[in-house]
Design a protein around this ligand. Structure first.
Ligand SMILES: [Zn+2]
Length: 117
């Protein structure tokens, strides 16, 4: 069993280390970003790269309903909603990288290169 679990990004649909992805959960029928590394292991979740490209791709593909296997009030395709979701995902990724950097330098360095296309 590998030390780091792998999940599939709902944006680009490529597998990646769970630690490099932002986790999404559904709360009260709405898609929310789960706090990094804290609880939220129960129930169905989805993971996404903290990049604008993947956030946009997920919305365009309507990936949320498929990922959560239920109708969810996910981010819509309006410019404002796309921008808000993209920002939230990217910021969550930055916070996760910061917290990882405090106790695992090698992982943090890995994180730095992850948004390179
Ligand atoms: Zn991705």
């Amino acid at each position: 069993m590998p030390a780091a679990s792998t999940r599939t990004c709902i944006g680009c649909r490529r597998p990646a280390a769970a630690a490099s992805l932002v986790r999404l959960v559904v709360r009260d029928g709405r898609v929310e970003i789960a706090a990094a590394g804290r609880g939220a292991r129960s129930g169905r979740g989805a993971s996404i790269h903290p990049t604008e490209a993947c956030a946009r791709a997920a919305i365009k593909q309507r990936a949320f309903g498929r990922a959560f296997r239920r109708a969810v009030d996910g981010p819509g395709e309006s410019a404002a909603e796309v921008a808000a979701f993209t920002l939230a995902v990217v910021e969550a990724g930055a916070r996760a990288a910061e917290s990882l950097g405090s106790n695992d330098t090698s992982t943090a360095q890995e994180q730095t290169g992850r948004t390179t296309p």
